[in-house]
Design a binder for this molecule. Structure first.
Ligand code: CO
Length: 134
């Protein structure tokens, strides 16, 4: 059911220094920062030949990544995103398998303008999984 790896998202405490690390140390192409108030994060996108990396910095008082950064002050891998062709069919299949979909279970429009859902990390080996309909 799942398709390609769409991106790996890394929460960072300081976006400017993370951008420098990826640009200068790792030699990657990094997009300008994109504030996403609806999601409580500022994001930069790093396009690699076979996938993307997203660096996430908290935005606002109630960012969903604040707690994660309290537990991981240096930053860390926050979630990975797999592509699916039909997000509602994927949701029904996963629920049938006993997996928990986060929030109200309705797809939201994600960072790329496509519908996304998140799956409970406790059901997936401690990994927060995002599904994105392509
Ligand atoms: Co994501």
């Amino acid at each position: 059911m799942i398709g390609r790896l769409n991106h790996v998202a890394i929460a960072v405490p300081n976006l400017a220094s993370a951008v420098l690390l990826y640009q200068q140390t790792l030699g990657a192409e990094v997009s300008p920062p994109l504030p996403q108030p609806d999601h409580g994060v500022t994001v930069v996108f790093i396009q690699l030949p076979n996938t993307k990396i997203e660096l996430l910095e908290p935005l606002g008082e109630t960012s969903p990544i604040t707690k994660f950064l309290e537990r991981n002050p240096d930053g860390g891998i926050h979630h990975i995103c797999y592509e699916v062709e039909d997000i509602l069919a994927a949701r029904e299949r996963l629920r049938g398998e006993g997996a928990r979909v986060l929030g109200d279970g309705e797809p939201k429009i994600g960072a790329h303008g496509k519908p996304v859902l998140f799956l409970h990390p406790k059901d997936f080996n401690g990994t927060l999984i995002e599904l994105e309909q392509i």
